[in-house]
Write a protein that binds this ligand. Structure first.
Ligand SMILES: NC(=O)c1ccc[n+]([C@@H]2O[C@H](COP(=O)([O-])OP(=O)(O)OC[C@H]3O[C@@H](n4cnc5c(N)ncnc54)[C@H](OP(=O)(O)O)[C@@H]3O)[C@@H](O)[C@H]2O)c1
Length: 333
């Protein structure tokens, strides 16, 4: 018997229940992980609310979450490269990320191929706070738009989990970083993570603020906010610039008239999903290794904004919806 947060219907944070569950023994190729830190990702909120990303009806009751770190408790047949006591983490378990959840639990059986062994310098809570958000930042800067020295880049919600990693990475690559933030405290935290110019976008017109700082327009916008920022972001970029919309924290982006991209300076738009970029195990492991190396070299700091007991996951979800923290949240079993 172990415990997990389950939901029986979509809805607000109150639908979450802290319950006993029974786990089968690990199957062939699986390992049983005792979770020590579980990531809270915005996608967990979307899965809880329902309808957002799902391509098939949810199978209730379901356990939320799909990213965690912990200790190998036991391994199933055929698992040779892991043993009890190993420290590991995972992002997803091989199936569709939003439809194959189960991390908000004290223990979980996970395919061994999905497990990343943690280096000595990386704590389990750090790994849970880093991996999905770091893989998202990696996808953007390594595969979609790599900031060049001297580029000005606009990062929306710069103090968010992904935003703080993007600020540090873009700064490390030599960019001038502009970031929108929801409060003066978030501006301070973003500045401590490489954001050169924080713009309080709930108080000022961010397009005017960007144009004042960079009259010709920024080279790229990295946007995890979506509905409230995407369309105005088209007016922030220079000709041939790129808008990467990687998230919808404020809601879906409205339909885009492609002719606008031509009219506003032959712009490009990308709407990536991280799981496509780490679909093969070798690429996934290499991308995680790069993140660990960047942390070890002090280039990326992992900001754990808050941690909560796993049984208090509903309080954590409320805080996400109230935008009341910076950095990453972790749940502790
Ligand atoms: N494409 C991918 O593969 C991928 C991967 C990971 C994450 N994502 C998406 O990227 C986005 C950011 O992820 P994250 O982990 O950085 O999220 P997060 O840490 O929870 O931060 C989201 C931020 O968005 C801002 N925001 C604006 N409007 C909001 C609203 N109505 N409700 C809540 N927050 C709002 C808030 O910052 P301010 O207070 O500063 O406005 C908030 O702190 C999410 O939509 C997530 O689903 C996509």
């Amino acid at each position: 018997m172990t415990k997990a947060i389950r939901i029986y219907a979509n809805g607000g944070p109150d639908v979450m229940r802290w319950e006993d569950i029974t786990l089968p023994l690990p199957s062939v190729g699986e390992a049983r992980i005792c979770h020590t830190a579980i990531a809270l990702n915005f996608s967990d909120v979307n899965v809880r609310r329902g309808g957002f990303y799902m391509t098939r009806p949810p199978q209730f009751p379901l356990i939320l979450g799909n990213e965690a770190a912990g200790i190998v408790a036991t391994v199933g047949a055929g698992v040779r490269d892991l043993k009890p006591g190993d420290r590991v983490a995972y992002v997803g378990t091989g199936g569709p990320f939003y439809e194959n959840t189960g991390a908000y639990a004290e223990e979980r059986n996970v395919p061994a191929a999905c497990l990343i062994r943690l280096p000595d310098g990386i704590a389990e809570a750090q790994a849970a706070a880093l991996l999905l958000k770091g893989l998202t930042a990696s996808m953007i800067v390594n595969k979609i738009f790599r900031p060049q020295p001297g580029d000005a880049i606009l990062i929306h919600a710069a103090a968010s989990g992904v935003g703080l990693l993007l600020c540090q990475w873009a700064k490390h690559l030599g960019a001038t970083v502009l970031g929108t933030v929801g409060s003066p405290e978030k501006a301070r935290i973003a500045a401590a993570h490489g954001c050169d110019h924080a713009i309080l976008y709930r108080e000022v017109d961010f397009v005017a603020a960007v144009r004042k700082l960079v009259p010709q327009g920024v080279a790229a916008v990295f946007d995890g906010v979506g509905k409230d920022t995407f369309t105005a972001s088209l007016d922030c970029v220079r000709p041939f610039g790129m808008i990467v919309n990687y998230g919808n924290a404020s809601g879906h982006v409205p339909p885009l008239d492609l002719l606008l991209l031509s009219k506003k300076g032959s712009l490009s738009v990308s709407r990536p999903g991280f799981s496509h970029y780490i679909a093969d195990t070798q690429t996934y492991r290499a991308a995680c290794a790069e993140l660990f190396d960047l942390v070890a070299r002090g280039i990326l700091k992992v900001e754990i904004g808050r941690s909560y007991a796993l049984c208090d996951a509903a309080a954590a979800h409320r805080d996400v919806e109230h935008r009341s923290f910076a950095g990453s949240l972790v749940l502790l079993p």
